[in-house]
Ligand binder design. Structure first.
Ligand code: NAP
Length: 493
């Protein structure tokens, strides 16, 4: 049977676009990119709250094969990432393959025809030879169901559905959450609102952000002599890599480095917040690295402002005009901002139902067994599926390192398929088991299993208590492994 497409890619963010670029390089051109949102860019399309910027320097947070000499700052604002995504889509002719507002609900492998059937919310069904899920890690927003939240009479805004026209001037605003998103947003709301109450359950480690505008002369140099930008990328990437390998993966052996980072964050807090009680409340009780730390020069000092209150009592219920906390206090609220993050482990992984060979349901199988994926990209009983946002796939360095390593894996795998004249691949149970055993073993020295992470409430951990997100290897060894994995780890038909 001739399927509708050679490839269906679900997601038009940087992951989906990277996969599409790799397929076209491989000469596989009949690609449909189905996207739930109404435009491309993934995270950088969905998120546009005030203060949004990258927190990995832009020379590193971009495709290595598509450097952008025009970043305005060391840490580019979110809107520049969205423009960069547009540029990549134009340059690599991806837009004509994208279909927006097309939400995939289900995909099922048809073993007789050796194809995937992909069902969309509009009732349509597409068939394809290869299916790529590129639906992101942080793409299913989480809204806690506080008692009474539906009765709230003011406006509720989740950070992933920002209302650009919303004016906080003169308002009593509240924000729930103090993750990386809230750290960027809180100083911006505090500039406008008459009162801002920050509801914090778990404090976050925050270190100073060394950020500056990139002078036009440097941008011109990057454009004219690209090797200079590559050198800057190499320096920054090497620094981040050292932090990741020593601070996170080898915590057991190199605790002092980690402790130094926590000391730096404490000194930053001390230099910015005057009130000792507020300082204490903003100090995490878990080890640096258990949860993603963040950077900011304005977050802590916002708590000195007379219109900003830090509330650490837990939320009991929401009423039409405010929030009631465990000590009986009621905070009156006009606008409630939810910076409550994402649900990775219950509703993502995968982001829609995927049914493979022998009726195996990927989400069910992951939840009932352990979360796992060979090299963080393929799964036994799921022929011709590339699951880009899989357990153990995320390179701690940057999402671009993750996708570029996966592009290498695709290159090697599809090269072998072509050499053999085959059209179907499936990873073996034994190769998958060996990979899972290896990552489990590599994680034994990490901060996740040796640090004091009990109070961190980190999304790095799944419901089984496993830190199953990060691929526990250095970037160099990941890239090497993606280039050299044994071809016999797959069966070909
Ligand atoms: P997050 O880190 O998951 O933070 C969610 C916040 O909401 C936490 O403080 C959490 O408290 C709180 N929360 C959730 N449910 C709650 C409840 N029932 N009651 C009280 N508080 C509740 O989400 P995020 O801030 O959106 O960031 C997610 C990730 O996105 C980051 O780690 C980062 O990887 C990425 N990000 C990157 C950038 C950037 O690159 N510039 C910017 C923003 C985000 P607990 O901690 O107690 O659960």
């Amino acid at each position: 049977m001739q399927p509708d497409h050679d490839v269906v890619i679900v997601g038009a963010g940087f992951g989906g676009m990277g996969a599409a670029i790799e397929f076209t390089r491989l000469g596989i051109d009949d690609i449909a990119i189905l996207e739930r949102e109404d435009d491309l860019g993934g995270t950088w399309h969905v998120n546009h709250y005030p203060g949004l910027a990258v927190d990995i320097a832009s020379v590193t947070y971009s495709y290595s094969f598509e450097p952008n000499p025009h970043w305005s700052r060391l840490f580019a604002p979110g809107a520049e990432l969205k423009r960069y995504a547009e540029h990549v889509a134009d340059k690599y002719d991806l837009k004509r393959r994208m279909e927006f507002s097309t939400a995939v609900e289900r995909a099922e492998w048809d073993d007789a025809q050796q194809i995937w059937r992909v069902s969309t919310a509009d009732g349509g069904v597409r068939t394809c030879r290869y299916l790529v899920t590129a639906t992101g890690f942080l793409s299913q927003p989480y809204t806690p169901d506080f008692p009474g939240i539906d009765s709230f009479a003011g406006q509720i805004i989740h950070t992933t559905a920002w209302d650009d026209g919303h004016d906080f001037t003169g308002q009593r605003a509240a924000i729930i959450g103090t993750g990386a998103t809230a750290v960027q947003l809180i100083p911006e709301i505090a500039k406008q609102a008459a009162e801002l109450t920050v509801f914090q359950r778990t404090p976050i480690w925050v270190v100073p952000k060394v950020d500056f505008a990139i002078p036009p002369a440097v941008r011109r140099l990057f454009a004219r002599v690209p090797v200079t930008q590559r050198a800057a990328r190499l320096v920054n990437t090497s620094l981040l890599e050292a932090l990741m390998v020593f601070g996170v993966l080898h915590f057991k052996q190199v605790k002092p480095g980690n402790r130094a980072a926590a000391l730096m964050a404490r000194a930053h807090l001390r230099s910015q917040v005057r009130d000792p009680r507020t300082r204490r409340a903003l100090t995490p009780s878990y080890d640096f690295g258990c949860k993603r730390p963040t950077f900011s020069n304005s977050y802590f000092r916002t708590f000195n402002k007379p219109n900003v209150t830090l509330q650490t009592n837990s939320i009991v219920r929401v009423e039409p005009d405010g929030i009631v906390t465990a000590d009986g206090t009621k905070v009156l609220v006009d606008t409630l901002v939810l910076a409550t993050g994402f649900n990775l482990w219950d509703v993502n992984f995968p982001a829609f139902q995927v049914v493979g060979r022998d009726g195996r349901d990927l989400g069910k199988w992951w939840r009932e067994n352990r979360f796992q994926a060979y090299e963080g990209i393929t799964v036994p009983r799921f022929p011709n599926l590339l699951s880009l946002n899989s357990p153990y796939s995320y390179s701690g360095l940057s999402y671009f390192t993750t996708i570029e390593a996966q592009m290498k894996h695709m290159r090697r795998l599809f090269g072998e398929l072509e050499r053999r004249g085959s059209t179907t691949f499936e990873v073996s149970d034994s190769a998958n088991d060996a990979f899972l055993a290896k990552v489990t073993d590599n994680l034994q020295s990490s901060v996740f299993y040796n640090g004091n992470c009990g109070s961190a409430r980190s999304y790095y951990f799944n419901q089984h208590g496993e830190a199953a997100l990060l691929r526990p290897s250095s970037t160099l060894s990941t890239l090497r492994e993606m280039d050299r994995f044994p071809l016999d780890d797959y069966a070909y038909r």
